[in-house]
Design a protein. Structure first.
Length: 281
């Protein structure tokens, strides 16, 4: 009998709760002004920095709440795309970035171009994104993902084998970055790529000049390897070439080479490349 009373009381309380909710449909509805909604949406995205790993359910909860609160906010779509590109979910990645670019092209079009260049090797779409971003920000050098836009355009044209066009953008890059008078902070691969465009067009003296300039500021396995290749083409002494390649091997073993997380770097040097060139001398 006692159990029946408890069951009856519990059922009555549940029905009363449901009834009260049905009579007050707005009781649990989020009602904010647009200004407050936008503020909370940004807070959800900023909260991701507190230790929510990319691609986790917890991160997705924050992102989805931000999307609901502010449908014009581009950052949630970019955040949805980031873990997908790292996991190779290509179609879903670009859907998210397309939406982010539609909502805020100045913030995300260059970043999408960066993905087209490094992750998808889609050089035409990368150039298209870089050119369109450049038009949106005249008289200003953009740095999507902290990389000079002209440097990335130079890489894209280099990989399309349009070497004079690549040289045009590499020159713009070096002219801009050299304004401080200090080349120490410029990545070694910038010198290497610039030199490769001359190597591929048969201008070996100019190529060697770029490689040696890069080595002056940053001793790097890739630069040493390309210097050795150029020395061989120019018919230099075998002992000089071998010494350069031995330096390249030593630097590579210590990790002084260009590399990139998730994907292979352009013209990345491997021990097998060095050994093959050594054996050909």
């Amino acid at each position: 009998m006692e159990k029946f009373k408890i069951f009856y009381l519990s059922t009555f309380c549940l029905s009363l709760f449901i009834s009260s909710c049905s009579q007050s449909p707005k009781l649990y509805k989020k009602e904010f002004s647009q200004k407050v909604s936008n503020k909370y949406a940004k807070q959800f995205i900023e909260g991701l920095k507190g230790g929510y790993y990319q691609g986790t359910p917890e991160e997705h909860f924050h992102i989805q709440e931000a999307m609901i609160l502010d449908t014009t906010f581009s950052d949630p779509y970019r955040e949805m795309g980031a873990p997908r590109v790292k996991r190779g979910i290509n179609t879903e990645t670009m859907k998210k970035y397309k939406k982010a670019v539609e909502l805020d092209p100045e913030s995300w079009q260059g970043y999408r171009g960066y993905l087209y260049l490094y992750f998808y090797r889609d050089y035409d779409n990368a150039i298209k994104d870089f050119d369109e971003l450049d038009a949106l920000t005249p008289n200003f050098v953009d740095y999507p993902q902290s990389e000079n836009i002209d440097f990335m355009r130079g890489i894209a044209y280099m990989m399309k084998k349009e070497y004079p066009k690549a040289q045009e953008y590499f020159k713009k890059f070096f002219d801009h970055e050299s304004k401080s008078g200090d080349l120490n902070y410029i990545e070694s691969r910038a010198f290497m790529y610039y030199g490769i465009t001359y190597f591929e067009t048969g201008e070996f003296d100019k190529a060697l000049e770029k490689f040696e300039l890069g080595i002056m500021y940053n001793k790097n396995a890739d630069l040493m390897y390309w210097k050795a290749k150029t020395l061989k083409v120019l018919g230099k002494r075998p002992l000089e070439i071998k010494k350069t390649l031995e330096n390249s091997k030593e630097l590579l073993a210590k990790g002084y080479n260009s590399r990139r997380p998730y994907v292979e770097e352009f013209y990345q040097t491997y021990m097998e490349d060095i050994d093959d060139l050594l054996n050909s001398i």
